[in-house]
Design a protein around this ligand. Structure first.
Ligand SMILES: *Cc1c(COP(=O)(O)O)cnc(C)c1O
Length: 367
């Protein structure tokens, strides 16, 4: 089997160093003689870990003191429900900026609990973040929801919108901890861990304290941020192992130089691929507008803007033979998608870049 280069969109590659740590700690967690997998969530051992992971989140993002750092079960989509259940009661209505499949799904979930105002006109072709001057924000909204990085469509925000005092809620599942973020500009930041900061099953939620204590009476306790905060994220048995892995990934980010280092690497890695696309005379085609191109997920077509499926199949087959895997675009959009998350190294992206150049040289006369 060739060496594997994993460009999957999620669950995505974890850093090799983190695997080494997990292997070493798997059956004897920090000298306890047992695995974390069979340790009580009420033990000193787990409470220490629970605090450590919150602290590394606070250090990396410089989280202000008036925000809670919470671990919730049910991943990113659990929070699609938790956001309206915790925040919509104030006015019964919420603004959703739909820029791709994930924010579309979030808006759909929110509709179960109140009125949803679509801030930008609905479309089925997501190719960028519409300019804020065109947005139709409702001053009466309980909150404004955005997805800072659309994992399927490859659309990333390059600015923090001005919501005129209405709390801004951001799904950062696929670009969490990829650059510095001014947390004070947000009411809530959340994300599932399995894209850029760990494995599936846990959502990291950062919530401003004044937004607690307004959950709807029907809000399940397990999704209630206020109850979770009161219980220091040990309301029930938390997804302990997922939280542990997230902690080890975040500590790795810190050792690597923190979020500035991640941002610099993300810029380098993604522009390597985008430059090849731009230099290919239309052989490779990236649908997203330049100012909204994701540094984390790079979708592209081959042969034409609609994609030549024969060429795309051949591209994927050749890639797999070289160990370049999980490059197939999401089934809803087709084509190719390369994910260049924190754990994917520059060398790995260079390998993909070389493959793209070679494939172009071999096939460019076909189009
Ligand atoms: C993957 C993803 C989700 C869903 O996460 P789950 O943990 O599978 O529920 C939500 N939002 C974004 C942006 C994602 O990439």
């Amino acid at each position: 089997m060739p060496k594997i280069y994993n460009f999957g969109a999620g669950p995505a590659k974890l850093p090799e160093e983190v695997y080494e740590i997990i292997r070493n700690e798997l059956t004897d967690y920090e000298g306890t003689g047992i695995s974390l997998l069979e340790t009580s969530h009420r033990s000193q051992t787990y409470m220490k870990l629970n605090t450590e992971v919150q602290e590394v989140v606070r250090r990396l993002l410089n989280v202000p003191a008036n925000y809670k750092v919470l671990f919730l079960p049910a991943g990113g989509q659990g929070e699609f429900a938790a956001v309206p259940l915790n925040l919509m009661s104030r006015t019964g209505t919420a603004d959703y900026v739909v820029t791709g499949a994930w924010s579309e799904k979030a808006a759909k979930e929110a509709k179960k609990y109140g009125k949803v105002n679509l801030v930008v006109p609905p479309t089925n072709r997501y190719t960028g973040v519409p300019d804020q001057s065109t947005w139709n924000l409702d001053p009466n909204a309980s909150y404004v929801h955005i997805c800072t990085n659309e994992t399927i469509h490859g659309v990333e925000f390059n600015f923090i919108p001005d919501t005129k005092g209405v709390p801004l809620v951001a799904d950062m599942s696929s670009n969490f901890m990829s650059r510095k973020v001014d947390v004070s500009k947000f009411g809530v930041i959340y994300g599932g861990a399995q894209k850029n900061i760990g494995t599936s099953g846990v959502a990291l939620v950062i919530v401003r304290e004044d937004l607690l204590n307004q959950a709807m009476p029907i809000c399940p306790s397990i999704l209630d941020w206020t109850q979770t905060a009161k219980n220091d994220s040990i309301l029930n048995t938390p997804p302990m192992f997922a939280i542990y892995i997230m902690g080890r990934v975040l500590q790795w980010i810190e050792r690597k130089g923190g979020l500035d280092a991640m941002a610099e690497a993300a810029e380098k890695k993604s522009s390597l691929i985008y430059n090849i696309i731009e230099g290919s005379n239309g052989f490779y085609y990236a649908p997203v507008a330049k100012n909204s191109r994701s540094r984390m997920n790079i979708p592209f077509r081959i042969g034409s803007s609609g994609g030549n499926e024969t060429l795309e199949k051949e591209f994927l087959k050749g890639a797999e033979a070289m160990g370049l895997i999980q490059l197939k675009g999401h089934r809803s959009v087709g084509g190719i998608r390369a994910s260049t998350y924190n754990a994917v190294t520059l060398e790995e992206v260079q390998k993909l870049a070389q493959y793209m150049k070679d494939f172009y040289a071999k096939h460019k006369d076909l189009i």
